[in-house]
Design a protein around this ligand. Structure first.
Ligand code: ATR
Length: 277
């Protein structure tokens, strides 16, 4: 079989996804192509109709269509439905089903590097309350973390994440200044905003003055490979979890949904690091 995959969004021209999925296909011995479908909003309808006609096997969805695409699906996975965003669509015999692989991708990448963090009494702080934060909050709660706080510029937006809980979790909501003052109580801090992303790579969402060196600091940004926030964390002796691993694991979960196979990751992680350096 010759698989057809792709990515819909605007813009998508600099996406690493074609490279990542080609690596996965080679790793498991599948033939296929992963194409970039850069689509302005007025062409979204037409593009999706064309993909349906072409019987594409699966595609990813990125900014700004993660919500909009949901109206075109035959079924939405329960997690994606609660999060309110789809980043992966699979064609199941002509029926399109949507998933969100960000949260699972995040937690799998974290577990791989920091298995010691996975115990319910560990305290987590999420910075940000956008789409990525929603997915990550939900999987952390579902994975059994019982204390997951959120800090955001807009507190009301952070409150919206509380609806994603299915099991009881203690969640306090802070502004960034308040969070900075009590940073030392956390075992894991997860940065989910776009602050610090290239070209604004000198920016940092919070100061880490009060960071305790036992804390793992995680940033979902992968460009730059090491953000200013992670650099400061590392300078203070803390362990860091970089965003390129989440990028790979969310892509791998999408690939698994499409093909039923799980490519080995070993070589791919270090090759991606080289590309991002
Ligand atoms: P995504 O879906 O990629 O997570 P989003 O929904 O636009 O993107 O969410 C962006 C997150 O980054 C939000 O937490 C946003 O804060 P607000 O909810 O207060 O808007 C945060 N964010 C973006 N730019 C920011 C900035 N310059 N300063 C502080 N927070 C910022």
């Amino acid at each position: 079989m010759n698989y057809q995959f792709g990515l819909i969004g605007y813009p998508v021209n600099h996406s690493l996804s074609p490279w990542i999925h080609q690596q996965f296909m080679s790793a498991v011995g599948l033939e296929g192509a992963y194409l970039l479908f850069e689509t302005p909003v007025e062409k979204l309808d037409e593009r999706l109709k064309q993909l349906k006609q072409d019987q594409i096997h699966g595609f990813n969805v990125t900014v700004p269509y993660k919500q909009k695409v949901m109206a075109f699906l035959d079924e939405v996975d329960a997690d994606a439905d609660r999060i309110g965003a789809v980043n992966t669509v699979v064609n199941q015999g002509g029926r399109w089903k949507g998933y969100n692989t960000d949260g699972i991708g995040y937690i799998r990448s974290l577990r791989k590097e920091f298995p010691d963090l996975f115990s319910s009494e560990k305290r987590v702080l999420i910075l940000g309350a956008g789409g990525a934060a929603r997915g990550i909050y939900r999987v952390l709660v579902n994975a059994g973390f019982q204390k997951v706080d959120i800090a955001n510029r807009t507190k009301e937006k952070a409150e919206g994440l509380l609806d994603l809980q299915e099991v009881h979790t203690e969640t306090a909501i802070y502004g960034y200044k308040e969070a900075e003052d009590t940073l030392d109580k956390y075992d894991l801090i997860v940065q989910t905003t776009s602050v610090g992303m290239s070209p604004d790579k000198g920016k940092q969402i919070i100061s880490l003055k009060k960071l305790h060196p036992h804390t793992v600091v995680s940033d979902i940004i992968y460009n730059p490979l090491t953000t200013q926030l992670l650099q400061e964390a590392s300078d203070q002796g803390a362990r860091v979890h970089r965003g390129h691993t989440m990028l790979l694991y969310q892509a791998r979960y999408a690939f698994e949904i499409w093909t039923g196979t799980q490519p080995a990751m070993n070589g791919i992680v270090s090759q991606l690091e080289k590309r991002l350096r």
